[in-house]
Write a protein that binds this ligand. Structure first.
Ligand SMILES: C[S@@+](CC[C@H](N)C(=O)[O-])C[C@H]1O[C@@H](n2cnc3c(N)ncnc32)[C@H](O)[C@@H]1O
Length: 198
């Protein structure tokens, strides 16, 4: 996808970054869109919507897809909805407002692509319920799995991040040792994992 809409999306991403919004990093964003473009999923789920920019990228990359997002910050939801409208994807995207810890366990239906980009200390807790709504052959794409290099020990973990790091390690172990899953880890930026449910 290289067109005017994509250029505008990149512009909005730069704006968000310039005010310190935590949007997906550039190479990871490209990998996300490439993965979605290849798979052409129909039902997308995103944990951590922020301004809706990764969601828009996914919807533009899979034109028949619908997206459900989860976001805890009401102000960000307003901005995301405005952005969805600007890109003409508002009919294909909805946002659940609230804490992912409460919303994920009550999700119904099946998703064939899940983008996990919410609070880093909770991935392991979310995993069983996310796998329960992921269809066979579906993809779980997770950002920040190497968490600043602390996971894997490339960078010494400051005390205050130990809990998050330990939780992320449990998440990685779970997705790499389960025989029903096939996972690839990408050592780019903050670390990305792509897991297929077999
Ligand atoms: C890294 S940002 C998402 C970036 C977005 N995926 C993108 O690349 O444009 C993480 C988002 O998760 C939201 N968030 C944090 N804790 C959450 C929670 N417990 N439940 C739902 N959303 C949460 C934050 O408000 C933030 O907007």
């Amino acid at each position: 996808m290289k067109n005017d809409l994509y250029e505008r999306l990149l512009e909005l991403r730069e704006q968000a970054k310039s005010v310190g919004e935590p949007v997906l990093r550039d190479k990871s964003f490209e990998l996300l869109l490439k993965t979605v473009e290849k798979k052409q999923p129909l039902k997308l789920l995103e944990i951590g919507v922020n301004r809706g920019l990764s969601g828009i990228g996914m919807l533009l990359s899979s034109p028949k897809a619908t997206l459900a997002g989860i976001e805890i910050d009401e102000d960000k939801i307003k901005i995301a909805k405005g952005n969805y409208a600007e890109f003409g994807v508002e009919e294909r995207a909805k946002i659940f407002y609230g804490d992912a810890s409460e919303i994920i366990p009550v999700l119904t239906g099946e998703y064939d692509f899940i983008f996990l980009d919410g609070p880093k200390g909770h991935y392991y807790e979310y995993l069983p319920n996310l796998l329960a709504v992921l269809s066979k052959g579906g993809i779980l794409f997770a950002d920040n799995v190497l968490f600043r290099g602390y996971v894997g020990g490339k960078v010494k973990t400051p005390h205050k991040f130990n809990t998050t790091k330990n939780s992320m390690e449990r998440f990685l172990k779970a997705i790499t040792t389960d025989n029903n899953l096939k996972t690839q880890i990408y050592e780019i930026e903050d670390g990305v994992s792509i897991t297929e449910k077999l």
